[in-house]
Design a protein around this ligand. Structure first.
Ligand SMILES: *[C@@H]1O[C@H](CO)[C@@H](O)[C@H](O)[C@H]1NC(C)=O
Ligand SMILES: *[C@@H]1O[C@H](CO)[C@@H](O)[C@H](O)[C@H]1NC(C)=O
Ligand SMILES: *[C@@H]1O[C@H](CO)[C@@H](O)[C@H](O)[C@H]1NC(C)=O
Length: 385
């Protein structure tokens, strides 16, 4: 997939709150200065029709086929603090929200933004248009206005209000500024996006954030701007250098291991909260499917594989491997048949099925990602980074 076509849409419904008011972190919550915490809700929705988003229960079931995961959070926009839910996306870099002309459409189910009722809204008259990796697209214009969440109050922050969209929910892109739609498509200038605005305003000291889901089957997770939670890191964080295209924060995946077979990958991959599944090259996909006893048949675009799978799908990076239980990847579709949540096509994206087993720290200044196995615990020991 080309450019911001680069990313697949993610969707995370997140409920923001600062650590100070973070009820979900019961147990030993330790506060740190210069850390902004965002807790989010994990929700899944139909790819075609997300009017019926449901909270994920334990484990996968057949109903989740063709569903997309969303990390949803709520922002307050404008002088009148309009509450709008957005999907946190590490694979794109613009914040956009549906405006009130989209009221009543599926994309507006988490709220809309009305520039007329906010006294602080200013239209920049700069266009915004973006096409995501799933070919969904959005059109609008940029405004500047106040954005508040979890104790943060950003004045005159630039985001897009959109009047046309084929996606399901507004997007909070938190990737590199070089991946902003006007830069990628060459129709406008780079601007300060949310992670960098938090540093400029002095809320955090470095443009880093860590991403964590509270358990393999969690319906909640958290994003920490400027911090990491030591209690949730199993072993050491290993820092991986940037690889691949400059504009995108990718790291090299060396190989995957499944059923004792090591399958070479050696390619840059994007760790994208906006994507649900794993997407690798067709040759990796074919070797993976073969190792799981598949014969090339598909259901709902996913490969049919043997239902009896034990052990892990292991993602091997330089100095760190992340295990994902195959039981989590393989799901029944009835009549004793199963599919694996794994796609070919060569986009090289690791989405939610991978992310939930890793503790990830994204550094947008050095363009590195640090990675460890996630330790699932309600304990918390947050430090600034
Ligand atoms: C989406 O789901 C809603 C609620 O079930 C239904 O009324 C509507 O017809 C669906 N839309 C499409 C395009 O399938
Ligand atoms: C919605 O956004 C478009 C594009 O920015 C703008 O022209 C239109 O006036 C907006 N509509 C409302 C109701 O805010
Ligand atoms: C799968 O990975 C987990 C977590 O790293 C590990 O504890 C377990 O032993 C692995 N299972 C197998 C069969 O290797």
């Amino acid at each position: 997939m080309p450019s911001v076509l680069f990313q697949t849409l993610a969707t995370i419904a997140i409920f923001l709150s600062s650590l100070s008011e973070a009820a979900p972190l019961d147990g030993l919550t330790k506060r740190a200065d210069k850390v902004i915490g965002l807790d989010f809700d994990y929700v899944v929705g139909d790819v075609q029709n997300t009017t019926e988003l449901t909270k994920r229960g334990d484990g996968y079931d057949a109903e989740l086929i063709n569903k997309k995961s969303f990390y949803l959070t709520y922002l307050e926009l404008g002088s009148d603090k309009q509450k709008v839910g957005v999907d946190i996306d590490t694979g794109s870099s613009d914040l956009w929200v549906p405006n009130s002309s989209l009221y009543g459409r599926p994309v507006a189910q988490y709220g809309t933004y009305d520039s007329l009722t906010s006294k602080t809204s200013r239209n920049t008259h700069q266009p915004f248009r973006i096409v995501y990796g799933d070919l969904s697209s959005t059109l609008g214009t940029y405004v500047t206005d106040d954005v508040t969440f979890g104790g943060v109050d950003l004045k005159d922050f630039q985001f897009a209000q959109t009047f046309q969209s084929s996606t399901n929910v507004g997007i909070l892109g938190i990737g590199l500024e070089s991946l902003e739609a006007p830069v990628i498509y060459g129709y406008g200038n780079q601007y300060t996006n949310l992670p960098f605005a938090l540093k400029e305003a002095g809320y955090i000291d470095s443009v880093k954030y860590s991403l964590y889901l509270n358990s393999p089957s969690a319906s909640t997770g958290s994003l920490l701007f400027g911090g990491k939670d030591l209690a949730k890191i199993d072993g050491e964080l290993v820092t991986l250098p940037h690889s691949g295209e400059d504009a995108r924060l990718d790291v090299t995946l060396n190989s995957i291991t499944v059923s004792g077979k090591v399958i070479d990958v050696t390619a840059p991959v994007n760790l994208d909260s906006g994507t649900t599944l794993t997407y690798l090259s067709n040759s990796v996909y074919n070797a993976f499917v073969k190792a799981l006893g598949g014969n090339g048949q598909k259901f709902a675009q996913l490969p049919i594989v043997d239902c009896q799978q034990t052990g892990n799908l292991t993602y091997n990076f330089d100095g760190i491997s992340i295990d994902v239980p195959l039981a989590d990847i393989v799901q029944p579709i009835g009549f004793n048949r199963c599919v694996a949540q794994f796609m070919g096509g060569g986009q090289n994206i690791l989405g939610d099925t991978f992310l939930r087993y890793a503790y990830l720290v994204y550094d947008l200044e050095t363009k590195e990602i640090s990675m460890a196995k996630a330790k699932f615990t309600t304990k918390s020991d947050v430090v600034a980074i």
